[in-house]
Design a protein around this ligand. Structure first.
Ligand SMILES: Cc1cc2nc3c(=O)[nH]c(=O)nc-3n(C[C@H](O)[C@H](O)[C@H](O)COP(=O)(O)OP(=O)(O)OC[C@H]3O[C@@H](n4cnc5c(N)ncnc54)[C@H](O)[C@@H]3O)c2cc1C
Length: 323
């Protein structure tokens, strides 16, 4: 059982931009906060991040480092790095229906880098900011190019690839929409379905009307050097030259540590929240990529973290003002 002193106002699970931004704002509201992070951010594959006002072009690990440095100035925040939340349960007082008593609402089991770092803490609220895991199409060397010359977020990395011959590789049914987005940055775009993505004849006509080529053949692998893609090699041996592009991963929120509190999710596994970040369980909140889909960008996640921090602060006080 956790000891008396390990009681937090909020345990923030995940220290990407969503969790770090929430922690900063909770700290400024004088809340006692524990941030737990397993240090596996989605954008670890890339060297440079774009589109975050005042930080455009900064390495993503640097963005997190600066945020942790800022948090260190607030004594009511602790950050556990290379640690992971294994399970969240309701505490006994919450189970007994004692709704007036918020003080022991949740027990959070944490594992650290060593067995002795394992601990359990209690918290009045929880913020889930654990991001997403990605599965890329199964091409042998795709990971060597991902984050270097092949990206997933057109808004994040389209500008640097403007006016180049680009690939869009994917196996899902939303490739048409994604192709129209990417075509903002280049007039030389080829969509590769790898023989899988279900694009209709009507979709093909829309692509053609926008000057976008469609290649429905199976892909053997990608070619290039030191992360710089130079061609998509087809299973029939043909090579289609490109200098960059985008891939459509499958995205999976990994939230099995929440099994005991059984939160509502959408059909893709994202945690369902109201517009303020409240999940289906009172006292548990979600922000960033793990929550229902929207633009997957650093500044959007940071904004969601700041917003949910205000809501948590209000909810802990029982205050309902929207401002
Ligand atoms: C290749 C690539 C390039 C990108 N480039 C850009 C860009 O240029 N600009 C931009 O705006 N966006 C970019 N993005 C998108 C951006 O990285 C995400 O939208 C953003 O990181 C989401 O923030 P988050 O806080 O929700 O999650 P994340 O940043 O993914 O952070 C989640 C954290 O939670 C931790 N975690 C997970 N489970 C647990 C657990 N059980 N216990 C403890 N910790 C846990 C993870 O280790 C991770 O550190 C890019 C993404 C990729 C994949």
């Amino acid at each position: 059982m956790p000891s008396e002193h390990e009681l937090y106002d909020c345990v923030v699970i995940g220290a990407g931009p969503a969790g770090l931004s929430a922690a900063l704002n909770l700290a400024r509201a004088r809340k006692r906060v524990l941030v737990v992070d397993s240090n596996r951010p989605r954008n670890a594959a890339t060297m440079i991040s774009h589109g975050f006002i005042t930080r455009d072009g900064l390495p993503p690990h640097e963005l997190r480092r600066i945020a942790r440095e800022e948090l260190a100035l607030y004594p009511s925040v602790e950050v556990l790095q290379r640690a992971a939340v294994l399970a969240v349960s309701r505490s006994e007082s919450a189970d007994s229906g004692d709704t007036a008593e918020w003080a022991e609402r949740f027990v959070i089991e944490i594992t650290g880098a060593t067995p002795s770092a394992a601990r359990a803490v209690r918290s009045r609220s929880i913020l889930v900011a654990t991001g997403l895991r990605e599965t890329l199409p199964a091409l042998p060397s795709i990971r060597a190019y991902y984050g270097m010359s092949l990206f997933s977020c057109a808004a994040c990395d389209g500008y640097e690839q403007r006016d180049q011959p680009l690939a869009l590789i994917g196996e899902t049914d939303d490739l048409l929409e994604r192709a129209l987005l990417v075509a903002q940055w280049t007039s030389a775009l080829t969509v590769f379905t790898n023989g899988v993505a279900p694009l209709s004849v009507a979709d093909e006509a829309v692509l053609a009307a926008h000057g976008i080529r469609l290649d429905r053949r199976a892909i053997d692998d990608l070619e290039g050097d030191r992360g710089a893609i130079s061609a998509v090699r087809m299973a029939d041996g043909d090579r289609v030259p490109v200098t960059g592009g985008f891939v459509r991963p499958l995205w999976h929120p990994v939230v099995d540590f929440l099994d005991r509190v059984a939160l509502a999710t959408d059909e893709h596994g994202h945690l369902t929240t109201d517009r303020d970040g409240r999940t289906s369980a009172p006292g548990i909140y979600a922000a960033g990529d793990v929550a229902a889909p929207g633009p997957q960008q650093l500044i959007v996640a940071a904004g969601a973290g700041a917003r949910v921090a205000a809501i948590i602060t209000h909810d802990l006080l029982g205050v309902t003002t929207a401002h």
